[in-house]
Design a protein. Sequence first.
Length: 493
Amino acid sequence: MTDKKCPVLTTADGAPIGEQQAMTAGPRGPVLMQDVQLLEQMQHFNRERIPERVVHAKGSAAYGTFTVTSDITEYSKASIFGKVGKKTECFLRFSTVAGERGAADAERDVRGFAMKFYTEDGNWDLVGNNTPVFFIRDPFKFANFIHTQKRDPKTNVRDMDMQWDFWSLCPESLHQVTILFSDRGIPASYRHINGYGSHTYSLINEAGERVWCKFHFKTNQGIENIMDEEAASMIGSDRETHQRDLFESIERGEFPSWRVCVQIMTESQADSFAWNPFDLTKVWPHADYPLIEVGQLELNRNPENYHAEVEQAAFNPSALVPGISSSPDKMLQARLMSYADTHLYRVGVNYRELPVNKPRCPVMNYERDGSMATAENYQGQANYWPNSRENTPQTDTKFNDPAWSLGETIVDRFDSTVDHDDYTQVGNLYALFDDAHRDRLTTRIAGLLGQARQEVQMRQLCHFFRADEDYGKRIADKLGIDTDAVLGTTAAV
Ligand code: NDP
């Protein structure tokens, strides 16, 4: 029975449902296979969970606004840093690191501080923590380290021996271990922590000049922590303290905010820095590299649906935009691959199509299909590159990062089509063929090439001529194309 004001219950395919009682042969059953409404409900229920994040499984998030308060365009051309007063929508997810999805919020742990900025030039994700450093500097240790934070394979409980065994064998962890066991190891709430990009990134300005950069988010609520006894009693009565605090404070209109700052290091300063400036276990001392204010980040809107927006949110350090780029930091380099990869597994190949992850600017590329592609799927547009079709997306070198110099080695996107002889060996092979073989070869090619556009035929004929004039001439004849016209084209290309 439905109240007339309520919408009618439907199946997932949209058909109205008359009654939600199992369809049975007689009042005592059995249930019939043809009760497809019941089957649909049970099947969907069995698939309600997606794999939880291996790390940072328990989290809370909100939408907000980043507002520029001072101009850093001398360092970065990123559109998000534009003019003072410019606003960009963002999404920030806080989390604990080690616990599973049901873990208590008030545990001693590092806190994740993952941000997605929906900029005009694409999504920029800054996937940080509430600490400026991390336990390790070599990505080979990452999966191993996380294992030590999870459960013992036999007892299925967290094990102090494996944690301290690992740390005692990895002295680079001492900085982060000290922060973890300091008073900041159990924050009073997510609103009362700082955030740090932690890795070194690079900023690139309009002139193509690069500086190294670290990002800092200083809480305007002040740092507040809780002591171990208080945390234990909190967890005893409420496991969701930080989720509740964040959600309720935003509902009340008490919007938490952070002062956003950068530290800047020039490439020549990096050469003489006392530590490796790309080592994730080290900070850049404030006295030498002072914080430069950039803006304010305010959280002001709760998600409407936790699963759709928070559980399926996907943050990747590889989501970079023109003006903000990576650095030689080994841990960052590994995360550039592994974060996107985990979402491909956890959410699916088209995870970027979900509203929380979807860029607010147009997306144009040649990635196609896969599970859960939307109906648009670029419609009939070309799905390969390079192409000579009309109105297809093409690259623009103005968006290239400047080259990196690593001593004598230059890191750049080298053009793989120049300085190569792609014709001589083809001509040598053609010279081996007898006349009948040449005839068969050119007949096969002409038969298929003749089905391409005239423009494509002419471009391809030029390549055959460059390899061997006879090769090109035979195909041109079979296509009915005037050889002189092609040779004219060859000279022009
Ligand atoms: P500064 O005196 O300029 O800065 C000290 C920093 O320590 C402040 O940012 C302060 O944060 C932070 N701090 C205080 N207590 C804790 C804690 N329990 N856990 C983590 N951070 C804390 O000195 P330096 O820049 O030379 O840095 C000295 C040490 O401070 C570093 O080795 C590092 O451990 C820590 N630190 C340094 C940061 C940096 O980027 N330079 C950033 C954060 C920590 P707040 O301002 O919020 O009180």
